[in-house]
Design a protein around this ligand. Structure first.
Ligand code: DQA
Length: 372
């Protein structure tokens, strides 16, 4: 059984009363309780610690050696200044996820810099206290089926997690493209569980990162990143057959990335944004399509216009409250080679849970369509 330490730094003992608008209304005890139950869901043992003192945090990190398999660490304001904490994380060699409750990238300039980040295996921020859950799950999925982090481009987001199946006789692969309305605080960790599930089922999987809004992305840069990642994976894993599965805004990218690809793949959209003109008109994702387009015409960046031919799979739930099912219906109407699957009563996020029937349905499609 894996054992993780949830370590909180200065001022986090005041959670619940400290600036609730920024940090939420949960107390530290609430967050620690929630972490224990999130750990229990995965069969992981969770222990917690908090200190306001840099030296005490360093001692706790040293004592974690040979005890814990992973650490979720919110260093508070020490994040922005403490090279000593960076060195401690680096020295102990335990996979550590840096976590921030608030959206540090959109706050004061001094909070946008983290000196501990280079020593950490991932950074999760801006997702409220649910970010602790994401961090625990990331550690768990790393440990249950380790990935090789492969660089496909020379920028910070030009990376993907490649997982190989136990037996490599089938040269069949799946690229996963995460969603999050192209916003920077959503990263590929949300697809980790699916990436492991696919490897377990005999697929080579690549969970790709790409530049997002505020990290150099937007139209058309983000689409090019995804194309480049797909090409890199296909050639390095020597694949005969490939699907690119995108969730939400990742569905948009999975379809649009085809234009620049050197050979076809099967694009699969799960709750995807497929009609940019309507997405803009209906202001889905709280202004995200406008920010993504940055002044470009929505028609130029719309799958329903530019990826409306060729074999595609579109899966959408009728109860999706983030991306309306009408997007998928309109797309399926114009592309007669689209296998359209509408899931009654399913919402936007069920696809991300590998035990959910919505994801099972996707696995069934991939298994059938990617036979070699
Ligand atoms: C924080 C962000 C830091 O900038 C701040 O000093 C904190 C909390 C967060 O969780 O958002 O104390 O780490």
């Amino acid at each position: 059984m894996d054992r993780y330490l949830i370590l909180n730094g200065p001022n986090l003992n005041l959670l619940g009363t400290r600036d609730p608008h920024t940090y939420g209304s949960q107390t530290l005890a609430d967050v620690e309780d929630a972490c224990r139950s999130w750990g229990a869901e995965l069969g992981v043992q969770i222990e917690t610690a908090q200190s306001n003192h840099e030296g005490a945090l360093i001692d706790t990190l040293h004592d974690a050696r040979l005890v814990y398999d992973g650490i979720v660490f919110n260093p508070g304001a020490y994040t922005h200044t403490s090279y000593a904490l960076h060195d401690a994380i680096d020295a102990i060699g335990i996979p550590t996820v840096e976590i921030h409750i608030s959206n540090v990238a959109e706050r004061e300039e001094w909070r946008q810099k983290s000196v501990v980040r280079p020593a950490c295996v991932a950074t999760i921020y801006g997702r409220g206290t649910d970010g602790y859950r994401a961090a625990i799950r990331h550690l768990f999925h790393r440990s249950e089926w380790p990935a090789e982090v492969v660089r496909y481009a020379d920028h910070a987001d030009g990376v993907m997690d490649v997982r190989r199946p136990a037996t490599e006789d089938r040269r069949v692969g799946v690229v996963l493209v995460h969603g999050g309305f192209w916003r920077h605080m959503w990263t590929r960790d949300i697809m980790d569980g699916l990436a492991v599930d696919l490897a377990r089922r005999g697929f080579h999987s690549a969970n790709v990162e790409y530049r997002r809004l505020r990290t150099g992305g937007g139209w058309p840069v983000t689409v090019h990143d995804v194309t480049q990642a797909i090409e890199h994976f296909r050639t390095t894993a020597n694949l005969e057959s490939l699907a690119v599965v995108g969730h939400s805004a990742g569905g948009h990218l999975a379809l649009m990335a085809q234009a620049g690809a050197t050979s076809p793949y099967l694009p699969v959209s799960l709750g995807g944004v497929l009609d940019m003109e309507h997405a803009l008109a209906e202001d889905i994702g709280g202004g995200a399509p406008r920010a993504f387009l940055g002044g470009a015409s929505p028609a130029d960046a719309s799958p329903i216009v530019h990826a409306a031919a060729g074999e595609t799979v579109v899966v959408h739930g009728t109860a999706d409250d983030r991306v309306p099912v009408a997007q998928a219906r309109r797309y399926a109407d114009v592309n007669d080679q689209c296998e359209y699957i509408e899931l009654e009563g399913v919402g936007h996020f069920e696809f991300l849970e590998r035990s959910d029937p919505a994801w099972m349905r996707v696995v069934e499609v991939l298994t059938r369509r990617l036979q070699t």
